[in-house]
Design a protein around this ligand. Structure first.
Ligand code: SAH
Length: 465
């Protein structure tokens, strides 16, 4: 290690910056997070710096920096982006013995400014000794996603309870209390009730721990998105990180389950339309049983849990058992599928509404307002629509839909084996059957892939010319 990381006390002390351009701006954005007194020396300064000076956030001196300016400063930055001025600052820093950093010049600097993840008072500094700034940035991005934005607040509230928590015996019981707070109770309270909800939740948690009340369970109904782990929300990842039990649908991909906490119990509650199924009542009971044992249950559902997910039945069961819950939205199949074909779900002048339909419901093929759906320009996204294709096609044609209405099926949207099948309403069947679709598939009525439109336009143009 050629550089040793430290956290330096800068409150009320001076940090001087030479330069007023982009390099100075980038450093100032960081420095302004501190409680140091910032002085900028620049003959010309960017408008943002001028504005900060006007707001009193820093002092702007419109001249070159002198040795006397460095005296007593804790840090000095050379951000002039000019070799001569940088060399001058290095010399002044050496003379006054102030640690200095020349932006983008490791060799000329006495210290490095790390990449920072700021959840004040929790601060993570990342350094690669200048070897791989890109790597530092990607580590930063990972940590940014992993550490809840509420972490700073949770830590500040936590700090104010440190004394009260001393009533718990030191060691395991006290550690468990803090782990419960930072791992589940704190983030949950914040997600649900915002800043004000955190302190009361912590007070309750402490009371529970003091009275040795068994841990309360909690259920997160989490949207797993269409299958690509990159399409999980940050909150979904966090829930998976904290889960004791993950109860998932058949459609949730292994790559997503891999993200669950290593110790978590993974339960497959797969159901298949028209096929073997875990009865809904059994799933409800399963969720409640685990939550009642004081566990953090993640009920992981494909796409968005609020879309054709029988969410309400599960919520009712959880509510009836007096267990707390939260809903973490996900990217629904229609969103992923429409992205795959380069279209939008709604479009000015084409369709001002879009319908999410199910191909079948508990009674069989689902009935809909076919007349409305048959109108030109209407867009519908059909979930669970493979087996009902002929039924849908027949109903739409019967209600006067144009046989040349585009129909697009996106199978395995967002996954490596994604497939787009393009057809017209008139040949929807047998084309659907011929396509032998095994994976989950979303059917769009009234949408063709963007490229298909372009091809069609070109063909028309060719015919004309
Ligand atoms: N809650 C889910 C839908 C559950 S119903 C969501 O919001 O997406 C299950 C149906 O969703 C499947 O039959 C299929 O029509 C659709 N579906 C789910 N994942 C899909 C994917 N990756 N690609 C295409 N369709 C998908």
């Amino acid at each position: 290690m050629q550089h040793f990381p430290v956290f330096m006390a800068v409150k009320g002390r001076r940090i001087v910056v030479s330069g007023g351009g982009d390099a100075a701006l980038a450093k100032l954005r960081l420095l302004l997070k501190t409680e140091a007194r910032i002085e900028v020396y620049a003959t010309e300064a960017a408008p943002e710096i001028e504005a900060w000076a006007a707001e009193g956030k820093l002092a702007l001196l419109r001249r070159h920096i002198e040795a006397s300016d460095l005296m007593g400063a804790v840090l000095a930055y050379g951000a002039d982006e000019e070799d001569l001025l940088d060399a001058r600052l290095s010399a002044l820093a050496a003379e006054t013995r102030v640690p200095h950093n020349i932006v983008d010049s490791l060799e000329d600097s006495a210290f490095i400014t790390p990449a920072i993840v700021d959840r004040d008072p929790v601060v993570v500094a990342i350094g690669t000794e200048g070897a791989a700034p890109v790597l530092a940035r990607s580590i930063k991005a990972e940590l940014e996603a992993r550490l809840p934005s509420s972490l700073g607040l949770l830590t500040r509230v936590g700090k104010s309870f440190r004394q009260a928590a001393e009533r718990l015996p030191m060691g395991r019981r006290r550690r468990d209390f803090w782990a419960d707070y930072y791992g589940s109770v704190g983030p949950q309270a914040h997600a649900k009730g915002g800043e004000e909800a955190v302190a009361p939740a912590l007070a309750q948690l402490l009371a529970d721990h003091l009275a040795e009340v068994p841990k309360r369970g909690h259920v997160d109904f989490v949207g797993a998105g269409p299958g690509d782990p990159e399409l999980l929300t940050v909150r979904a990842r966090r829930a998976l990180d904290a889960a004791d039990v993950v109860i998932h649908d058949r459609l949730v991909t292994p790559a997503i389950l891999d993200l669950a906490r290593r110790e978590a119990l993974i339960v497959d509650a797969g159901k298949e339309g028209f096929g073997p199924a875990t009865p809904q009542a059994e799933i409800d009971a399963l969720i409640v049983r685990h939550a009642k044992k004081g566990r953090h249950v993640v009920r992981l559902k494909a796409g968005d849990p609020t879309v054709f997910g029988r969410l309400d039945e599960e919520i009712e069961a959880v509510e009836a058992a007096g267990v707390s819950f939260a809903i973490v939205p996900g990217i629904t199949a229609a969103s992923a599928a429409v992205a795959a074909i380069g279209q939008s779900l709604t479009k000015r002048g084409r369709n001002s509404s879009v319908r999410l339909l199910t191909g079948h419901d508990v009674q069989g093929f689902a009935d809909h307002d076919w007349k409305a759906l048959a109108r030109p320009g209407e867009v519908a996204a059909i979930y669970m629509g493979k087996k009902s294709a002929r039924f849908v096609q027949g109903r739409l044609l019967m209600h006067g839909a144009d046989p040349s209405t585009p129909v697009t099926v996106v199978e395995n949207a967002s996954r490596a084996d994604q497939r787009v099948i393009v057809m017209l309403l008139s040949d929807m069947e047998p084309k659907m059957t011929e396509a032998c679709i095994d994976g989950p598939a979303l059917t769009f009525i009234g949408l063709a892939p963007r490229e298909a439109q372009v091809i069609a336009r070109n063909i028309v143009q060719e015919a004309v010319s």
